[in-house]
Design a protein around this ligand. Structure first.
Ligand SMILES: [Zn+2]
Length: 293
């Protein structure tokens, strides 16, 4: 389930059309950045997803001449091709590859195309219904830190962790960020699936939390608050609030200012604080008073 949702998401992402040249380059760059091996000596893009491999091959062919290579061959570029590809992307000799080259992020769509590329390379996301988790698994700490910083610049808040086997995870555990990120990179169906489960869960949790008895109490509270607000409105619109004793004025002002507050909250807001039943008593007096307004 875990793997297949990731793979379905990647298949969906692989089909996203990218019209601008700048964005196609940013997408390819993301795929390289997250690749199993991204070095001047070798670029190894490891994927089990045929449509992602097809896309990768197409993008590489758009950058360098490699007619003699099959798509499967392109997934493992030897040194001369790796160097040609890097120089066609504008990398200077000796330029550190772990740094995200901002010159390749040209337009706002490039920013997310790059993230989509990284996800296609080394991203996983858990299926709806399990604990929320989306992760980019990087080969080097410096790369992971760089990616986390980049994602933060897109208003996301990823976390960093060290996995076994000298792997570094850049991950999200909150459903909101995950749905957000998936939507931005073009995995709308995956985002929608997660969102649906989340909404369903939230509703179910609320229903479970609020038992029938509590529901009845809640309804009573709402009805009482409505009656109080009506009374306050009547008093205020008649202008007769000045006739009220000082302590009732205070309760009236507080109820008007905090219509949703519970009785204990209102009690605590009085100076000096009074008891809950004190508030209740005063509100009853206000309702009584309003009948003569
Ligand atoms: Zn672009």
């Amino acid at each position: 389930m875990y793997e297949s949702f990731s793979q379905d998401t990647k298949t969906e992402l692989g089909a996203v059309r990218q019209k601008s040249v700048c964005c196609r380059r940013a997408l390819l760059y993301g795929m390289l950045y997250g690749a199993e091996i991204f070095s001047r000596e070798r670029i190894f893009f490891d994927t089990e997803n045929p449509s992602v491999l097809l896309l990768y091959g197409k993008l590489i062919r758009g950058m360098i001449s490699c007619r003699e290579f099959s798509d499967a061959d392109l997934a493992d570029l030897p040194q001369d091709k790796a160097e040609a590809l890097l120089s066609s992307l504008g990398f200077a000799p000796g330029e550190p590859l772990f740094r995200i080259k901002r010159e390749l992020i040209v337009c706002p769509s490039c920013a997310w195309a790059f993230v989509r590329g990284v996800f296609l390379s080394c991203g996983t996301v858990t299926a709806p219904g399990s604990a929320y988790h989306l992760e980019f698994l990087m080969r080097e700490r410096a790369e992971a830190e760089e990616l986390a910083e980049y994602l933060a610049s897109l208003d996301l808040s990823p976390k960093l962790t060290e996995r076994g086997g000298s792997l570094f995870g850049v991950y999200f555990k909150d459903s909101e960020s995950i749905v957000d990120l998936l939507g931005h990179i073009g995995a709308n169906r995956a985002a929608f699936d997660l969102l649906n489960v989340k909404i369903y869960r939230d509703i179910r949790n609320n229903v479970n939390r609020v038992s029938n008895c509590e529901l009845a109490n809640l309804e009573k509270t709402v009805a009482a608050a409505n009656e109080q607000m009506k009374a306050i409105e009547a008093i205020l619109s008649s202008g007769r609030e000045k006739e009220l004793p000082e302590e009732l004025r205070q309760t009236l002002d507080l109820r008007a200012a905090f219509p949703d507050a519970t009785l204990s909250e209102l009690a605590g807001r009085h100076t000096p604080p009074i008891t809950k039943s004190g508030v209740n008593h005063r509100l009853k007096r206000l309702i009584e008073f309003s009948k003569h307004c």
